[in-house]
Ligand binder design. Structure first.
Ligand SMILES: Cc1cc2nc3c(=O)[nH]c(=O)nc-3n(C[C@H](O)[C@H](O)[C@H](O)COP(=O)(O)O)c2cc1C
Length: 221
């Protein structure tokens, strides 16, 4: 696939087959993504890739914690903070696209909660990568981690894999840092669930829209 085709075909996948991705493929993807650009070549990302028993345990602990009504305590402010105007509208549209795909009524709080909880079992993906960077770093360094994330996602699509970036996984860091080797002093930015897409799952029919060029760009001469 060309880069244009990769970009146009990637969508977030929220239901997976039980099949694991070979370790060599995972290693190759995260290594190739190292060619991503970063400020002063600092490469501020750390990635903990969790599979197997550890993944099962992490999912159980996260679901139990979130279901208990515990307060989130993210290190870095999540991406849905401070949204207004068109940004708020796009967030609503994004949620509605998801609810529509699975036939959830927006007023059905229980169904919405059950759907939200799927984040914490990694949407059934056999692997989840936890992306962190030093807590002392700022927005511009987080940009580097985002660039790295995009490289990883496109390399996955190129290899017939599927993935879903998840800011939700930054909300409850405690069970993650207990079970997963995150460097001390790092904060979690987001996770990436990945594996093989379940083509039959209706949740994977979710499609989001994009703003037109004129809405976000200006050409000046
Ligand atoms: C940094 C980041 C965090 C995200 N967090 C979540 C999340 O917690 N849960 C989720 O279901 N999707 C999450 N998404 C996926 C977005 O909702 C999705 O990318 C957006 O709606 C566009 O849809 P598409 O990826 O299918 O093109 C996240 C995406 C990014 C880039």
């Amino acid at each position: 696939m060309t880069l244009t085709e990769l970009l146009e075909s990637r969508t977030s996948t929220r239901a997976y087959m039980a099949k694991e991705v070979p370790s060599e493929t995972i290693r190759e993807i995260f290594t190739t993504a190292q060619m991503s650009a970063s400020n002063c070549n600092t490469q501020p990302w750390h990635v903990a890739i969790v599979s197997g028993d550890k993944r099962e345990r992490l999912a159980k602990e996260l679901v139990a914690l979130v279901s208990s009504g515990a307060q989130p305590n993210p290190v870095f402010q999540p991406g849905d903070y401070g949204l207004a105007d068109e940004y708020k509208q796009r967030q609503i549209d994004c949620a509605m696209a998801l609810y529509d795909a699975v036939g959830i009524d927006r007023a059905d709080k229980v169904a919405r909660m059950q759907l939200m909880l799927k984040n914490f079992e990694f949407f059934g993906a056999p692997h989840v990568a936890i992306f962190s960077m030093p807590q002392a770093m700022k927005e511009v360094n987080a940009v580097d981690v985002g660039i790295y994330l995009q490289s990883v996602m496109l390399l996955m699509i190129e290899r017939g894999l599927a993935c879903c970036p998840q800011g939700a996984l930054a909300f409850y860091p405690d069970p993650i840092v207990d079970l997963v080797p995150i460097p001390s002093g790092n904060g979690i930015l987001f996770g990436l669930s990945f594996g093989y897409r379940d083509e039959a799952a209706e949740i994977n029919d979710t499609r989001t829209q994009r703003a037109n060029f004129e809405e976000f760009a200006q050409m000046i001469s």
